[in-house]
Design a protein around this ligand. Structure first.
Ligand code: BES
Ligand code: MN
Ligand code: MN
Length: 459
């Protein structure tokens, strides 16, 4: 036992109770009827940062959901760490697949089950409780700022402007983010890359209204059939994305780096078992880890049109829709990819239909260096707390605001995530192992300590 594990042991139940209170607020950013919950969650965070020992905390209104900002300055000559996280969560559907209600956290087999248990309430709570631990034990070694937003899951639209307007307030030496994962609890890792993303919606229109499929069937093109065909053509026989120009700017990763990346342990069999698929799928010539880490992808996230209610209804629908997202790698520009997709998709449209493509939101990818005081500090901290040295790995997920931080604030981010792939984020039965939650709280104070050390070596 040391002062860190001692403090955690004494307060572990309260940490959970407090996290559960936050989780019970259903702060789903994409659904407007949850607007009051966004304000509640922001209010909760403000109080939580104050209680943990911040000098001040404030809620900043934006055009969208508010940003919570807090800080503690102990000595202006010491470095400053800026903590970023998000209090918004994804919708819970299909809700009937949850074994316990999504906003009533429950502990089963050593895991917290709830929407937001990992992404990103549980993970950001690690940062808050570690901060509290350092303040209350008198071991905080540097200045701290918190910035917690409520629009990450819908593209961080308001935070982009807010950062540009508050550059001085946000001045820091590094940004730390607990919103990614590790390979496994016994294979700790540090995320060194995130993919970019472009999200769009497409609409295929045929006849002016739904038609009787007996009277018209066979004589009029069906927009749902056409949309399916168009979507099917978006991958070629090697399962590469067929959008014209899509790969033009893709950074080629050299063989040496590919060999380095391949060192991270990975079991294809376990991976398949975990998600219950018989065979894996993806671009020819790349491994599974490469397909998500260093290669781009295109997926339909949702598709609808016509009658989807109970029983049958014999119609030719007037319209068909789909939501499509593309995961991008460094160097691919998300706006350029949106333009390429739009031009390509419109060019696919046969004369029987009209096609509308609407860009939704997106963001650039990110790569973080492994030679930096923050990476070294994270490596030392994880080695000590988990008892195993972490490996670097590139994640397939996206946090669009991270590249904005670099562009607008000029500050690099360290992705110090404690989630697991099996946490089922965005899915029914999202969960977060208690082990990871408490190990996270143990790791962060060590990170602070080593960061200040490594940082002073650099100066
Ligand atoms: N925390 C995730 C991103 C993530 C998860 C990165 C796991 C790496 C590993 C984040 O909340 C998220 O879901 N981002 C969205 C971004 C989108 C809505 C713009 C994503 O990746 O789908
Ligand atoms: Mn997240
Ligand atoms: Mn998410």
């Amino acid at each position: 036992m040391n002062y860190i594990t001692d403090y955690i042991e004494k307060n572990k139940q309260r940490f959970l109770d407090e996290l559960f209170e936050l989780i019970r607020i259903p702060s789903i950013s994409s659904q407007t009827d949850h607007k009051p919950d966004m304000l509640k969650a922001a209010g909760y965070w403000k109080q939580s940062i104050l209680d943990a020992g911040a000098d001040k905390a404030e809620i900043f209104a934006t055009e969208g959901n508010p940003v919570v900002y807090g800080e503690k300055t102990i000595d202006a000559s010491l470095p400053t760490i800026l903590v970023y996280g998000h209090y918004d969560v994804m919708p819970v559907d299909p809700v009937n697949q949850w074994l316990s209600p999504p906003f009533e956290p429950e502990i089963r087999d050593g895991k917290i089950y709830a929407r937001g248990a990992d992404d990103d309430k549980g993970q950001t709570f690690i940062q808050a409780k570690a901060f509290e631990l350092m303040v209350k034990t008198g071991t905080l070694p540097c200045n701290v700022k918190f910035m917690i937003e409520g629009e990450e899951e819908i593209g961080s639209g308001s935070l982009k402007n807010w950062c540009a307007e508050n550059k001085d307030l946000l001045k820091a030496d590094v940004i730390i983010v607990s919103d990614t994962g590790m390979i496994a609890a016994d294979v700790p890792s540090i995320t060194t890359g995130l993919r970019g993303i472009s999200c769009l919606e497409v609409e295929v229109s045929g006849p002016s209204h739904d038609l009787h499929s007996g009277i018209y069937g066979g004589a009029v093109a069906n927009p749902v059939n056409i949309l399916c065909k168009m979507i099917a053509s978006l991958h070629d026989e090697n399962r590469r994305v067929a959008v014209k120009g899509f790969y033009d700017d893709v950074e080629t990763v050299g063989n040496e780096e590919r060999r380095e990346l391949a060192k991270a342990p990975f079991s294809q069999e376990e991976y398949k078992k975990e998600i219950n698929v018989g065979e894996l799928w993806g671009e020819t010539g790349y491994t599974t880890t490469e397909r998500t880490g260093i290669r781009p992808a295109l997926d339909v996230n949702g598709i609808w049109g016509g009658y989807t209610g109970e029983g049958a209804k014999t119609i030719i629908p007037a319209k068909a829709f789909a939501k499509i997202s593309m995961r991008l790698v460094p160097n691919q520009d998300y706006k350029k990819i949106m333009d390429l997709f739009k031009a390509h998709f419109e060019s696919l449209a046969p004369a029987y239909v009209t096609v509308k493509v609407t860009p939704l939101h997106g963001g650039q990818g990110y790569v973080s260096p492994i030679i930096s005081p923050e990476y070294k500090a994270a490596h030392r901290a994880i080695t000590e707390s988990f008892g195993i040295a972490p490996v670097p790995f590139r994640s397939g997920g996206s946090i669009p605001i991270i590249s904005t931080f670099e562009q607008v604030l000029g500050t690099k981010s360290l992705l110090l995530g404690f989630g697991l792939e099996s946490d089922a984020i965005h899915s029914p039965n999202e969960n977060f192992p208690l082990y990871n939650f408490y190990k996270g709280i143990e790791t962060v104070p060590l990170f602070y300590k080593y960061f200040v050390e490594e940082y002073s070596k650099k100066q």
